[in-house]
Design a protein. Structure first.
Length: 301
């Protein structure tokens, strides 16, 4: 199948550059993209794991991605075989938007077997992303480098079936370094495909067995009986932590929307801290991110 994409690029200083990605330690200065970039109103989960996944692993990845999409969330992964492909496919099945970060220039799809999947991603409003210009091949070290982008675009990373030598472990480590949560689905004791997953749990990642566990840990207030991702309105200020209340006060006082840089100056906190506190506020519906900045929603606090 011939794949002739129109490729656009966005600089890190441009307004449309993904906010969460901008806040990591080494964001790409130029992000090439085919299709759409994730907008400020769409929260993404990274879903990663082994290329040589079992049937149970791919089934789980597909189901979790589909359930997230049905609740209004998107996904990001690497378009590889196994868990990556299952995550993209599950999001599409759920009617959601998914984004694939490639380890090569966007004038080619790697692996070529996934050209059809790449087109499906584009047709459903998602995107293909890369930090590499056209003509750049998929070199081995590029796969490790692109993992920071996968983790950086997402509010949290979900690991499904990762052996001890797995790029998914690199993605999980980078997510933790970015101040993002890492969730791990465990597997059978002694199973080689889960040795890396179990190591992550032993070293501090959150063990989960369902999407409900993930939302509970992220302190989101969601309805699990509908496909409506909107949280319950009118959240009491007593449910917010002191740090969350402080951020909301600064955002409200700004009047016309507040940026991450402004919050850094106003609070004296690091960008990673601000992002870590903003994520649950966005998920609770207390604040909303728009192109003009971050706003407190009416009657939230």
């Amino acid at each position: 199948m011939s794949f002739q994409p129109t490729i656009d690029e966005i600089h890190i200083d441009s307004p449309g550059y993904p906010r969460l990605l901008r806040e990591i330690a080494a964001p790409p200065q130029i992000l090439y993209h085919r299709g759409f970039l994730p907008g400020p109103s769409l929260s993404l989960f990274a879903i990663v794991g082994t290329r040589k996944a079992t049937r149970d692993g791919t089934s789980l990845a597909r189901r979790i991605a589909r359930e997230l999409a049905e609740r209004g969330f998107g996904s990001v992964s690497g378009l590889a075989f196994g868990i990556d492909a299952a995550a993209h496919e599950g999001t599409l099945e759920g009617g959601g938007k998914t984004f694939a970060v490639l380890a090569n220039g966007l004038d080619a799809i790697y692996p070529t077997y996934h050209e059809r999947l790449a087109l499906d991603i584009l047709h459903q409003g998602g995107g293909l992303l890369s930090e590499y210009p056209m003509g750049t091949p998929a070199l081995p070290h590029h796969f490790l480098e692109r993992n920071r982008i996968v983790a950086g675009l997402a509010l949290a990373t979900i690991v499904i079936e990762a052996p001890v030598r797995s790029g998914a472990l690199v993605t999980a480590r980078l997510a933790a370094e970015h101040g993002r949560e890492v969730f791990v689905f465990p597997g059978p004791a002694g199973h080689l495909h889960y040795t890396g997953s179990h190591h992550l749990i032993r070293t501090g990642a959150r063990l989960v067995s369902s999407l409900a566990d993930i939302f509970e840990d992220l302190q989101g207030e969601f309805s699990f009986h509908t496909a409506d991702p909107q949280p319950t309105a009118g959240i009491s200020p007593h449910t917010l932590s002191p740090d969350e209340k402080e951020l909301c006060v600064h955002i409200q006082q700004s009047g016309s929307g507040c940026t991450i840089d402004q919050l850094v100056v106003l609070t004296g906190k690091e960008p990673s801290f601000i992002n870590q506190k903003l994520t649950p506020l966005i998920m609770k519906g207390v604040v909303i991110e728009k192109p003009g900045g971050i706003f407190v929603t009416a009657n939230s606090i």
